[in-house]
Design a protein around this ligand. Structure first.
Ligand code: GTP
Ligand code: SPV
Ligand code: MN
Length: 598
């Protein structure tokens, strides 16, 4: 099985605790994947899509109560409450561990336990980290196979003594003899726990089978645990896409972007530039691990091996690369099913099919059925290598020229602005706000909340320490060598509640301006909040947009911003209290001074 005694003893401990009927070691082979997929189809847990239309692809439908991450049931369990900080749910390990052990006891009765060794990052890369997920969900095994590097070569590293993060997961639905297994087993909300023990490099997840709650390599490991590791080791684990851009002269730049869940990372990572001569390629769409190297530059690598993307809104027009990515070898979750056994979601085609099977498994008729046929947080899981725009450097750490922060802000924030320097960039990251989306289960969808660095649900420790950690990155390098920091807002709305900016491929115009800025071009005007484009120097060729729209998109209004400053102060007070990092105190002070002067 394994020569690593820590792993061996842990597996034995979990077998004793959870009492599975069978144990399967994940070897990461195609035949193992296919066998499990076939078995799930046979048992009615998954639907095999039409092989002519969508080869080697599956549709899963989740329980209606288990459709997204649950932030309320996500915990950072540290000895001291202070170490989890004001933005995390905290329970002491002394309380949480016994409580969860009680839940885990015999929880895999009647089920098969999968042991999945995986690498976040290319196997053996200097920046990669290893994990082992033990799960009783075959859906999770299939998804982890796509989303991470799994199998024997990872196990080999563990055999050689490599450290690994222990990731334990159960759907929390033991089966007594004769008991029928539902299509999507899970536990009731109050029994769900997505728990992180950063002091033990350990994750315990119970009760949910969906996305970030269950695919533990993703948000739980690569962000919450890794942010702790990064803090200890002097690097950054961030909720960022990584994009390679080649300008018409052949010059290559890499940019990263942190946008909250369902705010456009995958779309920007796969952008199809509308500007002639520009080429965009994908390195990653969700997570970036970033290290300052000896040359003083910040390098980013994508720890994942696949995409777990939002289907809603994805169309040939908005994101052709994503559609190509999901043409085969893809798992769909909570999309609708067509009569010819293919998938469908809102906006996929202009023509809405007359009849579908909705994500509940019920008949759905156009113009008759009230609810949408797909879930707003329906997702696709597809290998990186399916993506036609995948950059050849996707398994390398690439030097970053610009970091973009962004969110859904219907008002106040201009389409693009640049920070004055790195510390001002940290300030901009810290005040990010966005409308809450369907990517998390929350009754406040649509309301703007502060989501600092797009990391509110993912910082695995005290946010004040996190901000201070960002500030130490500057000590490792300099303003000149570090990426320039920008804030984008594709989502500003007009009086009729419509998006003003066309977005998607047209965002290449903004990317062009950003890269010009990284080279010091005089293409800007200075405002109290940062540099915004000199509209005469922004490439708007062949774009049909009114002067009035442009005015709104780039407006920085004093009155609005004085209110925003008040809101920032309230937010800082409520979140940090007396613990506001000095870098933020200084930046807020300077921002106020700049507004006083105009
Ligand atoms: P997670 O995977 O949850 O982290 O989301 P994400 O940040 O990758 O967001 P994604 O790219 O999947 O986009 C989410 C939604 O935003 C989709 O419905 C997109 O169609 C929409 N969207 C993305 N980019 C743009 C844009 O430039 N303009 C507009 N109006 N909508 C966009
Ligand atoms: C997100 O919510 O940011 C996602 C989906 O990418 S999940 O993996 O569920 O976190
Ligand atoms: Mn995404």
């Amino acid at each position: 099985m394994t020569k690593n005694t820590i792993l061996k003893e842990w597996i034995e401990e979990i077998i004793d605790l959870c009492s599975p009927d069978n144990i399967i070691f994940w070897e990461g082979t195609k035949s193992q994947y296919d066998l499990l997929a076939d078995d799930l189809v046979k048992k009615g847990k998954a639907i095999r899509l039409n092989p002519q239309k969508r080869p080697n692809s599956l549709l899963f439908r989740s329980d209606p109560s288990d459709v997204a991450r649950v932030e309320k049931r996500t915990f950072i369990s540290t000895t001291l409450e202070r170490d989890a900080g004001p933005t995390n749910n905290w329970i002491s390990p002394q309380v949480l561990k016994p409580l969860m052990i009680n839940l885990y006891r015999n929880c895999m009765t009647g089920r098969t336990m999968y042991v999945i060794p995986f690498s976040m990052g290319p196997i053996g890369h200097e920046f990669s980290k290893i994990g082992v997920e033990i799960t009783d969900s075959p859906y999770v095994a299939l998804n982890m196979h796509i989303m991470t590097r799994t199998g024997k070569s990872v196990l080999h590293l563990i055999d050689e003594g490599a450290e690994f993060v222990k990731c334990l997961h159960s759907v929390g639905y033991p089966l007594q003899p004769g008991q029928i297994d539902p299509e999507w087993p899970c536990a009731p909300m109050e029994q769900k726990y997505i728990s992180h023990f950063p002091e033990d490099n350990m994750i315990w997840s119970y009760g949910s089978g969906y996305g970030g709650n269950a695919l533990l390599g993703k948000k739980c490991f690569a962000l919450r645990i890794a942010s702790n590791q990064a803090r200890r080791e002097g690097w950054l684990a961030e909720h960022m896409l990584i994009l390679k851009l080649t300008d018409p002269n052949g010059k290559i730049n890499y940019v990263t972007g942190a946008f909250p869940s369902a705010c456009g990372k995958t779309n920007l990572a796969m952008i199809n530039p509308s500007l002639k001569g520009w080429k965009a390629e994908t390195c990653g769409d969700d997570i970036a691990w970033m290290h300052v190297k000896e040359d003083g530059r910040l390098y980013a690598i994508n720890p994942e091996n696949g995409f777990f993307g939002v289907t809603s809104g994805t169309s040939e027009k908005s994101n052709p690369n994503a559609l190509e990515t999901v043409r085969s070898d893809t798992i769909f979750t909570n999309t609708a099913l067509t009569d010819d056994m293919d998938i469908w979601w809102e906006d996929l085609t202009d023509e809405v099919p007359d009849h579908l099977i909705d994500w509940h498994g019920n008949h759905w008729y156009k113009g008759v059925s009230k609810d949408r046929p797909d879930h707003a947080n329906a997702r696709f899981t597809a290998p990186l290598t399916n993506c036609p725009s995948l950059a050849k450097e996707y398994e390398e750490a690439v030097p970053v020229s610009a970091i973009l922060f962004g969110g859904r802000r219907p008002t106040t924030i201009p389409l693009i602005h640049q920070s004055f320097d790195f510390n001002h960039g940290i300030f901009i990251g810290s005040i990010m706000g966005s409308e809450i989306t369907a990517a998390t289960i929350d009754e406040n969808i649509g309301k703007v909340r502060r989501d600092p660095f797009a990391m509110l649900p993912f910082i695995g420790y005290n946010i004040a320490d996190y901000v201070n950690h960002w500030a130490t990155i500057l000590n490792q390098s300099s303003n000149e060598l570090l990426p320039k920091i920008f804030f984008v807002n594709w989502f500003r709305k007009d009086a009729n509640n419509r998006y003003i900016w066309p977005g998607f491929g047209e965002n290449s115009r903004i990317l062009k301006w950003i890269l010009e800025r990284t080279e010091g071009a005089e293409n800007y005007i200075e405002t109290p909040i940062g540099f915004v484009p000199d509209i005469n120097k922004l490439d708007l060729s062949n774009l049909d947009i009114s002067a009035e729209s442009l005015n709104t998109l780039f407006a920085v209004e004093k009155d609005t911003w004085l209110k925003e400053i008040q809101s920032i102060e309230n937010y800082y007070e409520a979140t940090y209290g007396g613990n506001l990092p000095e870098v933020l105190q200084n930046q807020l002070h300077n921002l106020k001074l700049r507004f006083d002067e105009i």
